[in-house]
Design a protein around this ligand. Sequence first.
Ligand SMILES: Cc1ncc(COP(=O)(O)O)c(C=O)c1O
Length: 371
Amino acid sequence: MTPKRKFAKRVDEIDISGIRKIFEAAGPDAVNMGLGQPDFDTPNHIKQAAIDAIIDGFTGYTPNLGIPELRHALCDKFRRDNNFEVAPDDIIITSGASEALHIALLALVEPGDEVLVPDPGFVSYVALSEFAGGKVVGVPLSENFTLTADNVAEHITDRTRVLFINSPSNPTGSVQTRDEIKDLCQLAEDHNITIISDEVYEHFIYSGEHVSPASLYENTVTINATSKTYAMTGWRLGYVAAPHDITEQMVKAHQYVQACANSIAQKAALAAITGPQDCVTDMYESFLRRRDLLMKGLKDIGIKCVEPQGAFYAFPEVENSMDAVQKLLNKGVITAPGEAFGPRGAGHIRLSYATGDEDIKRALDIMGQVL
Ligand SMILES: Cc1ncc(COP(=O)(O)O)c(C=O)c1O
């Protein structure tokens, strides 16, 4: 008999992701609208860079921060795409955006500190804040699913340490306006709060613009990854830029948990960041077409949905999300219940349109019958 083992509360009290549970219950032919990754393969020139790295024997540890040529390339990328300057030594290459989120919270949050997260928002913000001992405070969103300074202000206390911004957003596809970002930065500055800006969907914006808080407010940790932009979720390659005093602390957690990011994936990321970008444009165009297909289909069925402006998710309204997800699953469509992303996500389901056009049409058919 297995002995009854005792586990640390920090993991024992965390539930496994609501989305994962649904995947595990789905049949092999199901239309998967639950997936948080592009349905594209990594472009060949990126794969080739990894193959070359292996053949050349680039298989040892790299510096903790990551290979210098990649960090230099990222300085140029931040200047070009995000309108801020950062030194190569203030960039850490991580195992996906996930590790970057984790080490940022470990560096910034003391037990009992409060972390403001959008509700609904990306699931990891809650679990990772709690790993760090933080207390998560959900902030309700505007009608368009954006974070506003007014809503955030109502939730600030003396213990507030971090504010998460995720534009474009998972799970709603909303994009913050420049004015909203400006106001949030001003509020953070007034209360000496660090912003963690998760920009993994920055290249998938269909209306509006991408504004990096770091271009307006120094006390910002900017997190990104090659995962979504270059269809590289399995390569586990992310990166984070922040002021020096913050990266200096983050790298301590990074070096003991991870040592360095995968050497081969770092070479692949260098090819991705510095190489031709038409692979990103191609994905962008597919996602835009599919978003329009999905929005038109939902409208025809009579399902209300705020038009997503970015990422590859839609967050339509349903009467009862758990019930809707189960009914759709029974008919072979995988979706995610809104409450997996926070209590205020109830009454919605998340649909990922990073799936084929035919699958979207089939899913719409079934939604028409079931919902
Ligand atoms: C908003 C957001 N941030 C971070 C991540 C994690 O990215 P990575 O796979 O690079 O760890 C995801 C993945 O779904 C995400 O949606």
